[in-house]
Each structure stands twice: as structure tokens, then as C-alpha cells.
Design a protein around this ligand. Sequence first.
Ligand code: GDP
Ligand code: MG
Length: 76
Amino acid sequence: MAQFNEESRELAVKVVYYGPALSGKTTNLQALYQKMDPKVRGRLMTLDTKDDRTLFFDMMPVFFKTPSGVKVKIKL
Ligand SMILES: Nc1nc2c(ncn2[C@@H]2O[C@H](COP(=O)(O)OP(=O)(O)O)[C@@H](O)[C@H]2O)c(=O)[nH]1
Ligand SMILES: [Mg+2]
């Protein structure tokens, strides 16, 4: 999902990946968090889903501004 607000020049992007339990979704997000510049990444929110896999998801916001002045907000 991507939305661009021309007035505020903000681009909001949401990237959702889904897959079976234990297929590496959380591990993937943790690896991205480790590699990402702390200046652009928000808090990695993970919930331990060992007991109840279907209810929860992980989320990491990423924020930065492009050289042309567009504010980019990504939710992974
Ligand atoms: N061999 C291998 N194991 C992985 C890989 N990615 C994740 N795992 C392991 O698979 C298990 C489940 O991963 P997890 O990220 O919790 O899966 P999720 O349920 O999709 O979030 C963990 O024990 C991980 O260490 C991978 O690329 N290779
Ligand atoms: Mg997980």
C-alpha cells in the first residue's frame, strides 16, 4: 500500500509480508532492523507469538526525507 499526500509531500508506504508460522518473518524484520541506520528506524515491535501465533504481527516504522524534500514513512 502506498499513499502520497501532495500538499504535505508525504509518502506513506506499508509493506506487509505474510507466511506460515516459523517461516522466518520475524527473523527477516530483525535482520533489517540490525542493518538499518538508527537515524531512520523506529522501534522494532515484536510480540512473542509462541503461544498464540495467529493473533499478532511485528512492525517496524522507518522514516526519512528524500533530497527533494519528500517525507517518506514506511511501515514494515
Ligand atoms: N535455517 C534458517 N533458519 C531460519 C531462517 N530464518 C529464520 N529461521 C529460524 O526459523 C525459526 C522461525 O523463525 P521466525 O522468524 O520466528 O518465523 P515467523 O514465525 O515467520 O516469525 C527460528 O528458529 C529462526 O531462527 C533462515 O533463513 N534459515
Ligand atoms: Mg514471528
